[in-house]
Design a protein. Structure first.
Lengths: 510, 183
């Protein structure tokens, strides 16, 4: 079982190495990518079941005991998010492969795409599984470095501009992260999360607040919390469809997971965190209002992505078991639904040749299946019953209503932001799917990665998108067991003692 | 890149068996004479093998002393950077005939298999052990299995440096030539 824990990290890396070596054989690359991610998905499922039944699974790399060596930990939260993320990466990979086949033919191989994609997956797995603050930094760097390559492949001028914003902001936040780790190590003498949980409580409260706020800023930049969100709507929409879906689904949520893990484990609180409540309100409203006025479909989705980060922040800000559980459930739902919407946006653009809402129309008649694929995740994101979004939002609202007056007010903002989201998406629906049919616009730039306006989309691209819709529906169908699972995960999170005992064993008391 | 290599496939006359092999010297026709620096080329000829041997020393000494796969790989990479600076991309192409991504992939595979290998003996991932063998004449020799991980990292880093030279060196030179500027 402890070996299984390392495989979600090592297998994608091995896959990356094999796809680099086989960079002339397109079929080999595709098979390796899909097989590796499928195996990791199965392993993540096994980890989730075992972690839920027997408590956190821990392995110490190289057999070095935990505070000194590096520990990998899979508890309910990390295993759940790992499973959902891997399903998303698998579906996006299938979509990307078929888009490539549709655009360039079956034989076209790529030296960079598959290795970088799998490296990014390895980084995501490591970020979820690590029990060590410095390894978390390494995981983020692995993930981000791969994402720099993916966002700047086959560039045109606008993509280079967007890529520069993205790279600069990410590097800045990584530098801050490294500084924060250095300060934490200087203050406590350890970077192991479980060990830190015991030691950081003995620091003076001022120093503890500074360290906590530094980590909040670091992960706030990476997770696009208002007012640190400015880079996201500028960079994501310029990436090619599947890459944007991958980033939108995973990167910000991994950062949110890191925020959730560090704040609940290291900087425990007994009552709601007012600062984070304010940030959550700002994030929800700025994102939703920003989404209302966009004409570019991908920018609109990016703003909604920012808005819904605020929902998860609200769950964390409530800072009790119910709130954190709601945030975990919301993260799982958010990963699938945002990735789906960006994939659908890619399909729409392939059909219409544009991302501008005012230049499309009538797709409901010309592409009814596309309309279905858009409608389900759109309703899910807006949180209409009986979708997964409703289940997740209900968990957040219940937690907010039970926690106090402040949180009840913010819960009202949650409902307002949901309505604004619904309005923004209805606007998309009216512009894109209703109205009179329009002929697709021609591809403006033949040289770039994306072929658009051809209406050529293979069945597997639809199937991959449909698969993600199915995952999202499954979250709604299995809402009962899942809510119970995240409730247990939330209870784990607000009680750091169980995490410490699992990692450090008898050494935890010292 | 190919013009200077073609003649080496010709069978070499017996009496010229000790003729210097081109791969260890800078191939003379790679740059315009005005751009060549004789001093740098001669220094490179002497330093290149020395640096490679030093990098192997760093690789092996790394378990107990300063060194290890990463720094050894960088030092070896610097040897190739020196050749590139002295002789340009044609000379580098004459020394390194494999594609840089293949080097990177090989290094990564070696490192990852070393990480996974202990599982076969029931030990945790990434654990290492000490192998001791009695060699005739030399006596007892010890080998930390972590050296295989270092070898993987070493190869990987060399591949990365070569890829950087290819992308940022040769690639930019080619772009400048295509644009009509003098590289």
């Amino acid at each position: 079982m402890t070996t299984i824990l390392t495989l979600p990290v090592l297998l994608p890396m091995l896959g990356a190495a094999v796809t680099v070596l086989g960079s002339r054989w397109a079929t080999l690359q595709r098979v390796v990518g899909v097989v590796v991610l499928s195996v990791v998905a199965v392993l993540a499922g096994v980890l989730l079941v075992v972690a839920d039944e027997r408590g956190p699974i821990v392995t110490e790399l190289g057999g070095w005991p935990a505070p000194m060596g590096i520990a990998l930990v899979a508890d309910r939260l990390s295993a759940l998010l790992l499973l959902v993320s891997t399903l998303v990466t698998l579906a996006v990979l299938v979509y990307a492969i078929d888009q490539r086949i549709a655009d360039y033919g079956r034989g076209t191989a790529s030296t960079t795409f598959h290795p970088m994609y799998l490296m990014l997956c390895a980084g995501v797995s490591l970020a979820y599984l690590t029990g060590d603050l410095f390894t978390l930094f390494v995981a983020f760097e692995l993930m981000l470095t791969a994402s720099y390559v993916l966002i700047t492949r086959r560039t045109n001028a606008s993509r280079i501009r967007a890529g520069m914003t993205y790279v600069t902001v990410s590097l800045l936040s990584s530098l801050l992260f490294l500084t924060a780790i250095a300060l934490i190590y200087a203050a406590t003498g350890t970077v192991n999360l479980a060990d830190l949980a015991g030691r950081i409580g003995t620091l003076p409260s001022g120093l503890r607040s500074v360290l906590g706020l530094m980590l909040l800023v670091v992960f706030g930049i990476k997770a696009a919390i208002v007012p640190l969100h400015f880079w996201l709507p500028d960079s994501y929409p310029n990436a090619p469809g599947p890459v944007a879906a991958l980033f939108a689904g995973l990167l910000t949520k991994v950062s949110f997971y890191a925020l959730l893990r560090t704040q609940t484990l290291l900087f425990t609180r007994d009552e709601p965190w007012t600062l984070l409540l304010v940030l959550a309100v700002a994030t929800m409203l700025v994102g939703a209002l920003g989404g209302l006025v966009q004409n570019d479909l991908n920018r609109l989705l990016s703003f909604l992505l920012v808005s819904h980060i605020g929902f998860m922040l609200f769950g964390l800000a409530v800072f009790d078991a119910a709130g954190v559980a709601g945030a975990a459930l919301y993260a799982a739902h958010h990963i699938t639904v945002l990735a789906t919407l960006f994939l659908v946006s890619g399909l729409i653009t392939r059909r219409t040749g544009t991302v501008a809402l005012d230049r499309m129309g009538g797709l409901a008649r010309s592409a009814p299946w596309l309309a279905v694929l858009f409608a389900v995740p759109a309703l899910t994101l807006a949180g209409m019953p009986p979708t997964a979004g409703f289940v997740a939002k209900l968990a957040l609202l219940e937690a907010g209503a039970a926690a106090g007056v402040d949180t009840r007010i913010v819960a009202g903002v949650v409902i307002l932001a949901s309505l604004l989201t619904l309005y923004a998406l209805v606007r998309v629906w009216v512009r894109v799917f209703w109205g009179k049919r329009r002929a697709p616009l021609p591809d403006e730039d033949d040289a770039d990665e994306v072929v658009i306006g051809t209406a050529r989309s293979s069945v597997p691209m639809y199937a991959a998108t449909g698969g993600l819709v199915a995952v999202s529906l499954a979250i709604a169908v299995f809402a009962g067991p899942l809510t119970a699972l995240t409730a247990r995960a939330g209870a784990d999170l607000v009680d750091p003692v169980s995490y410490r005992t699992a990692v450090l064993g008898a050494r935890a008391s010292r | 890149m190919t013009t200077s290599r073609d003649e080496s496939h010709d069978p070499m006359p017996f009496e010229e068996w000790d003729r210097p092999r081109e791969a260890w010297l800078l191939s003379g026709d790679c740059r315009r004479p005005g751009q060549r620096s004789l001093l740098l080329e001669m220094t490179t000829r002497a330093v290149f093998p020395t640096v490679l041997v030093f990098s192997l020393y760093l690789l092996l000494v790394g378990h107990y002393g300063p060194g290890g796969g990463f720094s050894a790989g960088l030092v070896a990479g610097l040897a190739f950077v020196l050749r590139y600076i002295a002789g340009g991309s044609d000379d580098l192409g004459a020394v390194v005939r494999v594609r840089a991504p293949a080097v990177i992939g090989t290094g990564l595979v070696i490192a990852l298999l070393t990480a996974l290998a202990p599982v076969a003996w029931g030990a945790p991932v990434l654990s290492t052990t000490k192998l001791a063998v009695a060699l005739p004449l030399l006596g007892r020799a010890e080998l930390q299995t972590s050296v295989f991980l270092d070898v993987g990292v070493y190869v990987l880093i060399i591949g990365v440096v070569l890829d950087l030279l290819r992308a940022l060196g040769t690639g930019i030179e080619r772009d400048m030539r295509d644009a009509g500027e003098d590289a």
